[in-house]
Design a protein around this ligand. Structure first.
Ligand SMILES: Cc1cc2nc3c(=O)[nH]c(=O)nc-3n(C[C@H](O)[C@H](O)[C@H](O)COP(=O)(O)OP(=O)(O)OC[C@H]3O[C@@H](n4cnc5c(N)ncnc54)[C@H](O)[C@@H]3O)c2cc1C
Length: 489
């Protein structure tokens, strides 16, 4: 499927069951890595059964001493005369590392070949199936399944490789290029985890709306009813529901725009356009992963709040979404790691060129808003313009400090990520507002379109307004972050 369609479909799967949908999510990543670097024989052996769902895939990066920093990976691979390798080591936190849902589990494993250079340049990627081609069980064993805060239906395994003489592994691509291949898988997985955030937020929103329509408590402040009303009447409950809805719709739009850029980067007939779309997509990936997952936590927390005390009680189900959402800001690179990517690779490396190109596109949308003539568009224009100007200030600051004072640049990394995510998602709401106004004028789906316009207006007044504050935190706030001596904590 094109990513644009695939992303929309996987959101629905993840809304239904985040834990279960994680299995195909990682299998997809493993397929992508095999397509990128696997030999034709490896592709033929593994991919058809992984696509059909007969076999599942895993991603084995993390070790006790190597999490965010994969240069510390110690699992070792010893070459064998037949061209295969024997793998020895311990991998932790491996999602769907062990289960009996499928006939085989295809583990993709990062390991070092003896004599490889230190650090990231000495890591290779291996495919290490649980069941070998001759039907025997490979020397990889599940040592334990973790007890977790959330996604409890997803088995998170500690895997031990090589206790009985070495697990059979086959090199994928070239030696010492493993991290490069894994990044292909990781970018796909990071995008998909962002979509998981949107999915859990949507689920939390739907549950909260249903409860708010049903729970009766307190008289309306405007005196419209002489008795207690359903809580959806209360302005603050509506504010919470609108916040949940606006975040979710904005992040969904941002993810789908990212997916469309990915599709254009692969399928557009014009090479320059492919390149431009690829750069845009790569800029968006940390925003889709980082911002959408952080917002999902806030949305799921509001979902609990809408339920009042019942939200804290497990039988309601609202708390599960909050517990589930927390992992999304951690795995596939924590929010800080996404922010480092945004600061280092996506902003400093090209001197802010792609970031400023995004700002120019936003400015073009401001021009369209100015031409609309509606009150909602005028408000959106005001908010979007000041948010875009704040973004440009921050990009200039990051590019400058990245060279002269890296601690100052990275002190603002997560606020920059949140600012950029907020802005790019809000920009999509501005575009949605314009499109919806046109449809209303044409008499199409008026109710849906009016709801879209009001949601965009809410985003402008209540969410985009956070951007200038985040700018100040980045541009003026580094001293507060790094000033305290380490021993004073
Ligand atoms: C349920 C679950 C499922 C998982 N599934 C998989 C899987 O399938 N495969 C797999 O390989 N791994 C998996 N992981 C591991 C996951 O990807 C790591 O836990 C995650 O990348 C963070 O690494 P860490 O736990 O070692 O934390 P650490 O790296 O120790 O991070 C601790 C804190 O330090 C911060 N930090 C670290 N480095 C930096 C830096 N350079 N700049 C700023 N801040 C920094 C982090 O943001 C974090 O706040 C899973 C984890 C869990 C909990």
């Amino acid at each position: 499927l094109p990513k644009t369609i695939g992303a929309a479909c996987t959101e629905i799967l993840n809304s239904a069951n985040l834990s279960f949908a994680l299995c195909p999510l990682l299998t997809d990543g493993a397929i992508e890595a095999l397509l990128t670097a696997g030999s034709p024989q490896q592709q033929q052996q593994f991919i058809p059964k992984m696509v059909s769902g007969q076999w599942t895939g895993t991603m084995n990066l993390t070790e006790p001493q190597a999490g965010s920093d994969l240069s510390l990976v110690r699992t070792r691979a010893e070459p064998q005369p037949d061209g295969s390798f024997k793998i020895f080591g311990t991998k932790i936190f491996i999602t769907y590392g062990e289960h009996d849902m499928a006939d085989n589990i295809v583990h993709l494993v990062l390991a070092r070949v003896a004599g490889a250079p230190e650090g990231v340049k000495g890591i290779s990627l291996f495919v290490c199936p649980k069941v070998l081609a001759d039907g025997t069980h490979n020397d990889v064993h599940c040592v334990s399944i973790e007890h977790k805060l959330g996604i409890k239906a997803s088995p998170t395994a500690v895997l031990q490789y090589g206790d009985k003489g070495g697990a059979v592994g086959y090199l994928i691509g070239q030696e010492n290029r493993g991290l490069e291949y894994m990044f292909v898988m990781m970018n796909a997985a990071r995008f998909a985890v962002g979509v998981q955030g949107i999915a859990v937020a949507e689920r939390a929103y739907q549950k909260a709306v249903a409860y708010a329509r049903e729970r009766v408590q307190s008289r309306p402040v405007d005196g419209s009813l002489p008795r207690a009303a359903t809580i959806i009447h209360h302005p603050d409950v509506r504010r919470m529901l609108m916040t949940m809805r606006a975040y979710t719709e904005a992040c969904r739009a941002m993810a789908l725009v990212g997916a469309a850029a990915y599709d254009a980067a692969h399928a557009h007939p014009d090479a320059q356009s492919r390149q431009r779309n690829q750069a845009f997509y790569e800029f968006l990936v940390p925003l889709i992963k980082g911002f959408s997952t952080e917002m999902s936590l806030e949305v799921a927390s509001l979902g609990v709040q809408v339920h009042g005390g019942m939200g804290f009680i497990e039988e309601t189900g609202a708390a599960q979404h909050l517990r589930d959402a927390k992992i999304l800001t951690i795995y596939e690179g924590t929010t800080a790691i996404q922010a480092n990517d945004l600061v280092g690779r996506k902003t400093m490396r090209d001197g802010g060129t792609v970031a400023r190109a995004v700002a120019a596109q936003i400015e073009a949308t401001e021009g369209e808003l100015a031409g609309s003539g509606s009150e909602h568009a005028a408000v959106m224009l005001k908010r979007l313009r000041s948010a875009r100007q704040a973004f440009v200030d921050v990009v200039d600051y990051i590019v400058d400090k990245g060279r002269t004072d890296p601690n100052a640049a990275f002190a603002g990394s997560v606020p920059y990520l949140m600012l950029a995510g907020n802005l790019v998602a809000g920009w999509q709401m501005a575009r949605a507002l314009l499109a919806a106004e046109q449809r209303v004028a044409a008499g199409e789906q008026a109710e849906f379109m009016r709801a879209k316009i009001l949601t965009a207006r809410f985003y402008a007044d209540h969410i985009l307004t956070q951007v200038p504050g985040l700018r100040d935190s980045v541009v003026e706030g580094a001293a507060g972050v790094t000033g305290m001596a380490l021993e004073a904590f």
